[in-house]
Design a protein around this ligand. Structure first.
Ligand code: NAP
Length: 499
């Protein structure tokens, strides 16, 4: 069994104490062990701040972009091995594992390009200069400079590769060193990615550290120049936000949490039309891809009341064709959920949703399997509780789709399937304040990725329940890692300073 170690202070180190065992969720076989007990996290953070920070800040955006490209190349070179690890440790089908690993590579490459477009500068000039006095001599200019701390990234179990890369790409491009902490249960993929990056000396010393195992006192050691980006459950997010030092030092925190993403079928859409088929396809994909363990997955399926029986029967037919099983087998289309804890959470969540489940629970002697679950007649909990598995609820609407969607109280993405401009004009402003992204499904979009795919060019995050965070969005994402500062003074001095 592999013993996973952490890379801190420029060295690989193992924790002491009883390790946590990482399992294959399809077979429950142990794969690796990890412990972070006794590791000197304060020294690790200091090392990143004092060694990695200056090394990165000395580089231009173009040069930092080149580092991201080299990270992507390192992942690409071991892509097959990473996919195998995703299948074994994450319960992913090969296609699920590609979604994670290729998404990571694509995001690193997208930010490498952002780096090239920002050029040889080391900080951002924000907007035009402003004349402040009667003469042009008194001048103001905003700039945004990298913070001098460390960017700590705490990730959820469901995207060990993408979760690492989508945060690291933005922080490194902005000029902040990263200490990343994958969720322990699925950390094999992230461990292997970083092991290679370290072995190949892709990055300057201290620029990337990884903590494998429980976070221990990590959050309490952060200071005013550090930032913390967290992805995971709303409860853990709230705990982190409430940490004493986070409040006392105004530490920047970004939280990406739960979401009750809705898909709305417009009243104009006829059964069997291309739009209708697209809608069904997106719902089925989101329910089954990664066994529904995507923060962006459709959880609430809103359908005009008079079409609900038809949609139900079509979804049942499509979902019945999904073969559930060990994802190492080629014909399997949906694997297990990732851990025993997750299995228990989904069971409890289904109880809480109530209503009627269209499929029986899958019966396997080992492993954490569910069949896809389409819930009818769910209780009000459908707007309050995210069941993080292959579960979605059918909800009929009359003229109140926008109001029903808004009951989710903040989400990552809402998708709308309609060709009726009047309906689109009405629903978009009704749901926009509650979401980070609105996906307007259309059959004419070639190779539509569906609402569940997060693109590096667009912001990811959402208000309220979704954590109130914002990541990615091309150059927009850099703002979290930069300090905006206003320069005020004589114009020639400021202009010289800016080069
Ligand atoms: P979780 O239990 O909250 O864990 C997330 C991460 O936080 C893990 O790395 C975990 O480490 C760490 N952690 C746990 N307790 C902590 C503490 N007190 N201080 C600091 N870190 C702590 O969430 P999860 O079960 O992995 O993820 C599932 C949830 O993530 C779902 O609700 C899903 O919606 C959400 N999610 C959101 C997004 C998004 O972008 N909005 C994306 C993916 C997932 P250990 O693993 O070592 O315990």
């Amino acid at each position: 069994m592999t013993e996973l170690r952490s890379h801190l202070c420029g060295k690989w180190v193992a924790g002491s104490g009883a390790p946590q065992t990482l399992l294959n969720p399809a077979t429950e076989e142990p794969l690796a062990s990890a412990s972070s007990e006794g590791l000197d996290l304060a020294a690790a953070l200091d090392y990143a701040r004092s060694t990695g920070g200056p090394a990165l800040r000395a580089l231009s955006f173009t040069q930092r972009g080149a580092l991201l490209k080299a990270m992507a190349d390192s992942m690409q070179a071991q892509r097959d091995a990473l996919l195998e690890l995703g299948i074994a440790n994450g319960g992913n089908t090969r296609s699920d594992a590609k979604f994670d690993v290729d998404g990571a590579i694509g995001t690193l490459l997208a930010y490498a390009e952002v780096g090239s477009s920002l050029g040889e500068k080391r900080f951002l000039v924000d907007g035009e200069g402003i004349q402040l006095g009667r003469s042009a001599r008194f001048h103001g200019q905003h700039i945004a400079v990298p913070r001098h701390g460390v960017a700590v990234h705490i990730n959820a179990f469901n995207f060990p590769a993408w979760g690492f890369a989508e945060k690291a790409a933005v922080a490194l491009l902005a000029g902040m060193p990263v200490l990343t902490k994958p969720a322990t249960s699925s950390s094999l993929v992230a461990f292997r990615v970083i092991e290679k990056i370290v072995e190949q000396k892709v990055l300057p010393d201290g620029v990337l550290s990884v903590l494998i195992g429980s976070p221990g006192e990590l959050v309490s050691l952060l200071g005013a120049q550090d930032v913390l980006a967290f992805t995971g459950s709303g409860n853990t997010g709230a705990q982190i936000r409430g940490a004493r030092n986070v409040i006392e030092h105004s530490i920047r925190v970004n939280v990406e949490a739960d979401s009750l993403n809705a898909a709305v079928l417009g009243p104009d859409v006829e059964a069997r039309s291309d739009m209708y088929e697209l809608f069904l396809k997106d719902v089925v994909r989101d329910m089954t891809q990664k066994a529904g363990q995507k923060c962006t997955a459709i959880r609430r399926v809103l359908v005009p009341k008079d079409k609900i029986e038809e949609v139900k029967s079509d979804l049942v037919e499509l979902l019945s064709a999904i073969k559930v099983g060990n994802p190492s087998e080629d014909e399997v289309r949906m694997g297990p959920v990732a851990t025993k804890g997750q299995f228990e959470d989904v069971k409890a969540g289904l109880q809480r949703l109530g209503g009627k489940n269209v499929f029986p629970t899958a019966s396997f002697s080992r492993g954490y399997f569910f069949n896809p679950v389409l819930v009818e007649g769910a209780s009000a909990a459908v707007h309050e509780h995210e069941v993080f598995g292959p579960v979605a609820s059918l909800l009929p609407y009359e003229s109140d789709a926008g109001a029903i969607v808004a009951r989710g109280n903040g989400g990552l993405v809402c998708s709308v399937y309609s060709d009726d401009q009047a309906f689109i004009d009405e629903i978009v402003p009704a749901v926009a304040p509650f979401h980070g992204r609105i996906f307007l499904g259309h059959p004419k979009i070639e190779l539509s990725p569906g609402p569940g795919t997060v693109l590096p060019q667009l912001v990811h995050g959402g208000p309220g329940r979704a954590g109130g965070g914002e990541e990615l969005g091309g150059p927009r994402g850099l703002a979290f890692y930069l300090q905006r500062v206003a320069l005020e003074g004589a114009r020639p001095v400021i202009q010289k300073l800016l080069g």
